[in-house]
Design a protein. Structure first.
Length: 74
């Protein structure tokens, strides 16, 4: 029981997604999917968060090494 309310909400969300006018930047999406670096057309990081962003960039592992050990062992 209770499926009717959930289904109605799903239908409402589906209609909103179908008929809503969305301004999608497909070139940005393509760059993101290809893994290319941003070309500076994004917003600058606010000064209050610059130190956190720098710390994050330094601590994040390289993408190529994420699954390197799994590939070697399998």
């Amino acid at each position: 029981m209770g499926r009717g309310r959930a289904k109605a909400k799903q239908t409402k969300v589906a209609r909103e997604l179908k008929y809503r006018a969305v301004d999608t930047d497909f070139s940005s999406l393509e760059r993101e999917l290809r893994g290319e670096e941003a070309t500076g057309d994004t917003e600058a990081i606010p000064e209050a968060y610059a130190d956190l962003a720098e710390e994050y960039e330094q601590s994040s592992p390289a993408r190529d090494d994420d699954y390197g050990d799994l590939r070697k062992s399998g």
